[in-house]
Ligand binder design. Structure first.
Ligand SMILES: [Zn+2]
Length: 134
């Protein structure tokens, strides 16, 4: 779990120190995709951007540079979204991760507030996922 924790921290650090978003993609019509930071149209001025994040070169007919540039540009907002979602799910998981033994009342484990038609409670698995011993 230490490796998972440190990797998530490293990913968040990279996301927090990358060029601020949003990022967009400009295609030159000849195979080059420019990933731009904060591209926007200013009436009376035209298209502006804060900077260039990356350039991808390919042939005009290549689909891969288009797909790669879309992936990179969207990562600016997708990665923080996913990190926040992981944190949210870990908070929910923590509630079910108590190592206390299950105590069933009918189809509900009242120890972990878990209802189940199958008579199983995920507290052990939740405990392991959050770094506890099996
Ligand atoms: Zn339980």
């Amino acid at each position: 779990m230490t490796n998972v924790r440190s990797r998530i921290k490293e990913i968040r650090d990279r996301a927090n120190t990358a060029t601020p978003g949003h990022w967009g993609v400009y295609y030159d019509g000849n195979g080059t995709y420019t990933i731009e930071s904060q591209p926007r149209l200013i009436p009376g001025v035209g298209n502006v951007r804060e900077g260039v994040v990356a350039l991808l070169h390919g042939d005009h007919e290549d689909a891969q540079p288009y797909k790669d540039s879309d992936f990179i540009a969207r990562a600016r907002e997708d990665v923080p979204f996913l990190l926040d979602r992981v944190a949210e799910l870990e908070r929910v998981l923590a509630r079910a991760a108590s190592p206390e033994p299950c105590r069933w009342e009918g189809r509900v484990c009242v120890t972990h507030s878990w209802g189940s038609d199958t008579g199983s409670c995920p507290h052990g698995e939740a405990h392991q996922l959050l770094g506890g011993a099996a």
